[in-house]
Design a protein around this ligand. Structure first.
Ligand code: GAL
Length: 368
């Protein structure tokens, strides 16, 4: 019976959803048409009173792990109920296009450029038919939040540049062999996110050096290019799925290890400045899985994608994770979980169904 309902919800045959007033982490999440939300590896932007959720649009079956449609957009006033706004960035059928149907588009994130009054979408791009060898990051632009976004260009970031403070002669090849290899052509970029600081500066955070090392790069004022200023954090640390927020004047980063679609133990870091130094804080996930599934040592079966600041509630954040279903990606689930900050650490708990009104209660219930 449960299987039948899931099937109907994936197809949108179960009818319009009843308005929700809580998050149900890991369950099917119906949109305004009663269809399971299709915005994986996503990010959320709050703009003029509305939240917009962008994510990978997946289709059924193994082929759904590549981009057959594009990037979806949903809107919401309350974070529980989402209206499908359609496809914000469409794949292209032109075989010469970088976003040709069947390429890989992952982890799309939209930021708003206040100066240019323009929406800028960054995403991880792998060219059609190349597996994950392309390792590029790409940018698309729109004058409207919900799109259509026009593909602008893709990058291997920071070509010809060394990280800030880097001394080429001091570092040994086992620490910087991959960095040097990619120096001229540009650094690899796979799992990524973007972050706009209070001063309007935007940063790109990406897994580089064959996923061994995260690079944090300052973007240009139009948010469309790299300035060439970047830092490496945790060389050899194997961090993927970066998600970041700012709280109490500090920068908090959650990431995963590198096990592909399979869940692993999350990690967290804190810094006083985007350029570091970043201090490791260990696994931010705490407490059991309320339904007895995978616990915090495997991120309850999820992988980080974004940390969402709740508008109008200073200090309130939601950590967004994906539960991937690579055999049937359209059935991937979302874990939106409450974040708390205690004793200099960022913590995430899995309370089961919860609402923003429970935020204090659910975060206080778990001690580090
Ligand atoms: C994960 C990554 C996903 C996707 C997947 C492919 O580690 O976070 O975005 O790239 O690997 O195996």
């Amino acid at each position: 019976m449960r299987c039948l309902l899931t099937f109907l919800l994936l197809l949108g045959l179960a009818g319009p959803a009843v308005a929700a007033d809580r998050f149900h982490p890991g369950d099917i999440w119906p949109d305004d048409q009663g269809v399971h939300i299709n915005a994986h590896g996503g990010g959320v932007l709050f703009h003029e009173g509305t939240y917009y959720w962008f994510g990978e649009h997946k289709v059924a079956g193994r082929g759904g792990n590549s981009a057959q449609v594009g990037v979806s957009c949903y809107s919401s006033q309350d974070l529980y109920n989402w209206k499908n706004e359609g496809i914000a960035l469409k794949v292209d059928d032109d075989p010469t296009s970088e976003i040709r149907r069947g390429c890989i588009i992952e982890r799309p994130k939209v930021i708003y450029n206040e100066r240019d009054k323009r929406f800028v979408m960054w995403f991880h791009l792998e060219h059609h038919g190349k597996g994950y060898a392309t390792a590029r990051t790409a940018v698309a632009i729109s004058s409207q939040m919900t799109g259509p976004y026009q593909f602008h260009r893709s990058y291997r970031p920071n070509a010809g540049k060394w990280p800030v403070g880097f001394d080429e002669d001091e570092a040994t090849d086992d620490q910087v062999g991959l960095l040097k290899r990619d120096h001229l052509g540009g650094q690899m970029s796979r799992d990524m996110t973007v972050f706009v600081d209070d001063d309007g500066r935007a940063y790109h955070i990406g897994s580089a050096e064959e996923n061994y090392t995260l690079h944090i790069s300052l973007l240009t004022a139009d948010y469309l290019d790299f300035t060439g200023k970047f830092v490496r954090i945790f060389p050899g640390g194997h961090n993927e799925a970066p998600a970041i927020c700012k709280h109490d004047g500090k920068y908090w980063l959650i990431a995963s290890g590198c096990t592909g679609w399979d869940p692993n133990e999350a990690r967290s870091y804190v810094a006083d400045s985007m350029s570091g130094p970043w201090k490791p804080l260990g696994n931010p996930c705490r407490g059991p899985h309320p339904s007895g599934g995978m616990g915090p040592e495997r991120t309850w079966g999820g992988q980080s994608t974004f940390i969402l600041p709740v508008h109008g509630r200073p200090g309130a954040f939601i950590a967004m994770f994906d539960v991937w279903r690579p055999r049937n990606p359209i059935d991937g689930r979302y874990l939106w979980l409450p974040v708390s900050f205690e004793d200099g650490r960022i913590l995430v708990t899995h309370p089961g169904p919860w609402s923003l009104d429970d935020l204090d209660a659910v975060t206080n219930a778990v001690s580090p």
